[in-house]
Every structure is written in structure tokens, then in C-alpha cells.
Design a protein around this ligand. Structure first.
Ligand SMILES: [Zn+2]
Length: 183
């Protein structure tokens, strides 16, 4: 277990401040003073796969840590009490001014990263998104820019998040298979 794992970092009860706040199994901590029980869960997040008329895939440049300046799919964390579909529509609107016409759930992949010296676990859900229009998009919020890529134009090393890399690889694999169907 890394030193940034929540079980190693969280030493005090967030409710009463007691230092008698101990691991209770592998994914929770329990306070022996007040009984508060904290669970280490995955944070739910969404990623959108948006294509242009040439079949190229949109990737954005991150404007926030972790991985500032690296490539990502548009998307982000699902807010409390929000659905995954609402989060897709909200993130695309906030990051690009893009309006969603339709979306289809593709699948999910887990991810973990270290932020403020604390390991964050996420479950990233991928959606294929058709936009109302790809005109007049504007990078805003936590992205610096966007571009549409064919697979040949893409270096997978520029996509640091393993879950996102997996979604992008699957996307281009599917395109290759549809061009060269297995008989
Ligand atoms: Zn407590």
C-alpha cells in the first residue's frame, strides 16, 4: 500500500478529531471515540467520445493538475445527486460550449491518481456523444484546448490516465474492425 493511500493519510476522525481513528478492514476507517465509520469509495466520473465527420476523435488538453498539459477526453467528476448522463451534458457545456444531441454508454474502467498527496480512486464511465454542432466550440473551465485526432496522429504516451487511454484504444480498435471486418 502506498504512503498516499487513504488508510495511511487519514489519521484523525473527520467528525470528532480523535486520533483513535483506525483501519477497519481494507476499505474503511472507524473512530473508536465517536463511532464514525468512513468508507473509501471510488468517485464516479464520465468521459465523452466526440467524433467529427471524418471519424476523428476529440481530445482535450488538461488545464488542471494532475497531468496539466497532457491529453484527456472531455469529462469530469459526477456531482453529488447528478446522473452520469447529466454530468456528460454539463461537462461538455462547461468545457467546450458543446450541446449534446444524443449519447450512448460504452463501458467503464477504474483509475487511481495522487492529488494533494492523497490517492483518489475513480470509476470512469465512457459515453459516445453526438453533438448538435461542432461549430464555435470554445475551450473553457479546466481545459486549455481541443483537437480532433486520427489514430495515426496520436501518441498514446500523451494520455496519462490508464482508463482514458483504454477508452481511446477501444474506440480506434472498433473503427479498424469496422473497416476490416473479420469474416
Ligand atoms: Zn470520531
Amino acid at each position: 500500500m502506498s504512503n498516499t493511500h487513504p488508510l495511511k493519510v487519514l489519521n484523525y476522525c473527520p467528525k470528532c478529531g480523535s486520533s483513535d481513528f483506525k483501519a477497519s478492514g481494507e476499505r474503511s476507517l472507524k473512530c473508536n471515540s465517536c463511532g464514525f465509520h468512513y468508507f473509501i469509495n471510488s468517485a464516479a466520473a464520465v468521459a465523452a467520445l466526440v467524433t467529427n465527420e471524418k471519424g476523428q476523435l476529440m481530445l482535450v488538453t488538461r488545464g488542471v493538475e494532475p497531468n496539466y498539459g497532457k491529453l484527456d477526453l472531455p469529462g469530469g467528476f459526477i456531482d453529488p445527486l447528478e446522473s452520469a448522463e447529466q454530468a456528460v451534458a454539463r461537462e461538455l457545456s462547461e468545457e467546450l460550449g458543446l450541446e449534446v444531441k444524443s449519447m450512448k454508454y460504452l463501458g467503464s474502467a477504474p483509475n487511481e491518481y495522487v492529488f494533494s498527496e492523497f490517492t483518489v480512486f475513480t470509476l470512469d464511465m465512457a459515453f459516445e456523444v453526438k453533438a448538435e454542432s461542432l461549430e464555435n466550440l470554445k475551450p473553457m473551465d479546466d481545459i486549455l484546448g481541443y483537437r480532433f485526432y486520427s489514430e495515426a496522429e496520436l501518441d498514446y504516451d500523451d494520455i496519462p490516465a490508464p482508463s482514458i487511454k483504454q477508452f481511446v484504444k477501444h474506440f480506434f480498435e472498433k473503427i479498424r474492425q469496422s473497416r476490416n471486418p473479420v469474416i
